[in-house]
Design a protein around this ligand. Structure first.
Ligand code: AMP
Length: 734
């Protein structure tokens, strides 16, 4: 395994630019990539030219693939399975001949004849059935990119060659080799080949499981849809569906693309995209998402987003890209891997020389066996796979839960976050406020006050405006025409009704402009705010008319989620444009540590910068639309999506459903994945750190322990598989 070597691009002038192109994956996605070596791309299945590992299908390219194409991975599994069976069958006689000296029939075979028979059975195992291993070994030598196959090839060939020479021309060997009977190691060469092939098979199978989350997501989209045209329902391939097409959804059918319900109603199970287990009621005008499952109802929908623009396609694409990215923790493993193989070969040579020189008789045979054991036990793959396997499974699991993490670096960074800043409206609250109280000043009716405010608010898109306009509509209040409409960011709105100027907004903004409300009104306002309401003042020609109180319900998931986030040791801060008393009440109800109120969107950015200054890491969770600058400024920006409206590319983390439980899951998933990565790396380092000295016979002088190369090959194969199986535990993360 070599450090990342990008594919050279003939059109680019410098190495730096080439690297950028490959790392940004701007090239069209290659059908096959290496799970371990960044930048290795291929058009066909095969072995990675750097680490020798079997290439795997690139999920980014899979979408464009015609269905008739066979799965290269499956071909490889079939081929390996065939090789394992044949090599095992041919290895049985070799093992019996070499180890069953006391068995009937075998004990009658002469030592020489047994040797020749072992050679006849073992040679095809090594050179014919085991050919893929030797081919990769040879390629690694030719390209000087040393990897696990360099070690295995050297080990197997050394054992085989030594045995052939010992059998055919024992005189060529130093006297010590044949001292006390000629030792042959054909069975080691054959058994190692079988076990490494078996290990490859297990590894390939386990690796396939690591990508299962993304494959499952991809399979959510049905292949056909029922297109309604001229009153007819025609089964049409999903790829042919256009924006604006009307589709029929039957009970139990998967929704083919993103769209809007136009007729009928049903409950839709969205758990596969959002992790939300309760089916969601959908009626006319409700948004539905491709890949989710219709319940018992039937309805018509209009296609709004198709092809690569559907939420499902975006989730798949983002997750696949993220899985291919590299986590910073990987650097340590990368650095070690670069010199790992040459170092192991060095240790093997040293082992050989020391045993030959100082070992007991037959010292040459001991030297060969122990050097072979060193070569075979060392496992660079466990190191190389430790991080990418956990990242792949972790990010895939996140995608299934509706937690989309942009890359491996974000996944890693989430675990070091100290402070989580939360926007209030739409993040902690539902973002759908409603008017709870109308307080006109003496001499005015509530209806007049609302009419005045609603006329101006009709031109605003703020959730407060929507609440006021809805309240007017409920009371059938007609809205006057407004001219000269202006938005005062974080303050309110301004407009003219006829000759009069109307302002609706924050009292503190008025105070700054020399307009004051009377003491009684002020007291009522304070009371309402202490109750968690947002209070706006309505002013006509600089004269206050009264107050309107609006309340936004706290999300049902919030209290539990805040508790869970606290339990992770995060410090929570609420940041809002709302007045301090309102904000404080919400914070108190939820148990949030700190509050910053009356903060404009620009100031939110400053808050993030200030908090980040002192060696602390800050995440900001907001709705992704008005909070974009703060999201970008934070160490990790978390966009709370609302189903279909997510802009996936904008934040480092996107929660498909704006559910606060998902916020906790994002942090918990990061910690769980990093824990697995640390375990994997520890295991890989420890395994190699203990295995290599043991194989070299370091303990022999003290305990008489030596490691049989066949046992070494079992350990080697199991070490990669253990790393993968440990990573697969993340599939059950909740
Ligand atoms: P925001 O930063 O958008 O959360 O707004 C902060 C504060 O400005 C709100 O709590 C309101 O007091 C006031 N405000 C903003 N937009 C409006 C509006 N359209 N109508 C009334 N008040 C508003």
């Amino acid at each position: 395994m070599q450090p990342n070597a990008p594919t050279p691009c003939p059109h680019c002038p410098s190495d730096e630019e080439r690297t950028v192109i490959v790392s940004k994956t701007e090239l069209p996605p290659a059908p096959y990539i290496c799970p371990m070596c960044e930048g290795v791309r291929s058009d066909k299945p095969g072995a990675c030219p750097q680490c020798g590992m079997a290439l795997e299908k690139n999920p980014l390219a899979m979408r464009n693939e015609p269905e008739c194409c066979g799965d290269g991975g499956d071909d490889e599994v079939r081929d390996l399975w065939w090789r394992v069976r044949w090599s095992a069958a041919m290895t049985v006689p070799v093992v019996l001949l070499s180890m069953g000296m006391n068995l009937p029939v075998i004990r009658d075979i002469s030592h020489d004849a047994s040797g020749w028979m072992q050679m006849v059975w073992a040679t095809p195992v090594v050179f014919w059935v085991g050919w893929p291993l030797l081919a990769r070994f040879w390629k690694s030598i030719l390209t000087l990119r040393f990897n696990m196959f360099t070690l295995i090839g050297l080990g197997v060939l050394a054992a085989w060659l030594y045995s052939v020479v010992a059998l055919v021309a024992p005189n060529w060997l130093p006297h010590e080799a044949t001292h006390g009977g000629m030792a042959l190691y054909f069975e080691s060469a054959a058994v190692i080949t079988v076990l490494v092939l078996l290990g490859q098979l297990l590894e390939l199978r386990a690796r396939k499981a690591t990508g299962s989350a993304i494959r499952a997501l991809m399979n959510l989209a049905p292949k056909t849809a029922l297109l309604v045209r001229d009153g007819q329902e025609i089964e049409t391939p999903v790829d042919d569906i256009q924006i604006g097409d009307v589709l029929r959804l039957k009970p139990g059918a998967r929704i083919p693309v993103d769209g809007i319900v136009t007729e009928g109603s049903s409950a839709v199970d969205e758990s596969m995209l959002t992790g939300e287990s309760m089916p969601q009621k959908k009626e006319a005008k409700a948004a539905v998402t491709g890949g989710t499952v219709n319940g018992n109802g039937t309805f018509l929908m209009r296609a709004e987003r198709v092809g690569a623009n559907t939420l499902l396609s975006q989730i798949v694409e983002m997750t696949a890209k993220a899985q291919a990215s590299r986590a910073p923790v990987q650097r340590l493993a990368d650095r070690v891997s670069a010199w790992f193989v040459p170092a192991v070969v060095g240790v093997a040579v040293l082992t050989f020389l020391l045993w030959w020189k100082f070992g007991p008789q037959p010292s040459f045979a001991f030297a060969v066996v122990n050097a072979v054991a060193v070569l075979i036990i060392a496992c660079p793959c466990a190191l190389g796979l430790a991080t990418p396997m956990a990242v792949t499974v972790g990010l895939g699991r996140g995608a299934q839960l509706g937690v989309l993490i942009k890359n491996a670096e974000t996944l890693e960074r989430l675990q070091v976050i100290d402070i989580l800043m939360l926007d209030k409206t739409g993040t902690l609250t539902e973002g759908k406020p409603s008017v709870t109280e109308i307080v006109p000043l003496p001499g005015l009716s509530a209806r007049d006050l609302l009419a005045c405010a609603a006329a101006v608010e009709a031109l605003s898109e703020h959730p407060i405006a929507t609440a006021i306009v809805n309240a007017a509509k409920e009371r059938n209040i007609p809205l006057a025409t407004v001219t000269g409409f202006q938005v005062i960011t974080g303050g309110g709105v301004l407009g003219n009704i006829g000759e009069s100027e109307v302002f609706v907004g924050q009292a503190s903004f008025l105070k700054k402009n020399g307009v004051f409300i009377d003491a009684e009104c002020h007291a009522r306002s304070a009371q309402l705010q202490a109750d968690g309401c947002t209070v706006v003042v309505v002013v006509l020609n600089e004269k206050p008319l009264g107050l309107i109180a609006i309340k936004d319900k706290i999300k049902e998931s919030a209290p539990q989620a805040i508790q869970a986030l606290h339990a992770l040791g995060l410090k929570l801060q609420m940041i809002t444009g709302d007045a301090l008393p309102t904000a404080q009440r919400v914070a108190k109800d939820l148990g949030i540590d700190e509050v910053a109120a009356e903060v404009s969107p620009k100031e939110k950015l400053l808050h993030v910068y200030q908090a980040r200054g002192k060696d602390r890491y800050v995440a900001f969770a907001g709705d992704g639309i008005n909070d974009a600058p703060a999201l970008a400024a934070a160490d990790v920006g978390i966009a709370m999506g609302t189903g279909t409206e997510v802009a996936i590319q904008s934040a480092a983390v996107t929660l498909v459903k704006g559910d606060l439980r998902a916020l906790h899951q994002a942090f918990a998933l990061s910690r769980a994945t990093m824990k697995i990565i640390r375990q994997n790396l520890w295991f890989a380092f420890l395994y190699n750190g203990l295995g290599i000295p043991l194989a070299a016979g370091l303990l022999y002088p003290l305990t008489g322990w030596l490691l049989n190369p066949m046992i070494a090959s079992v350990a080697m194969s199991l070490s990669s598989v253990s790393v993968i199986l440990n990573s697969l535990r993340l599939r059950w993360f909740k």
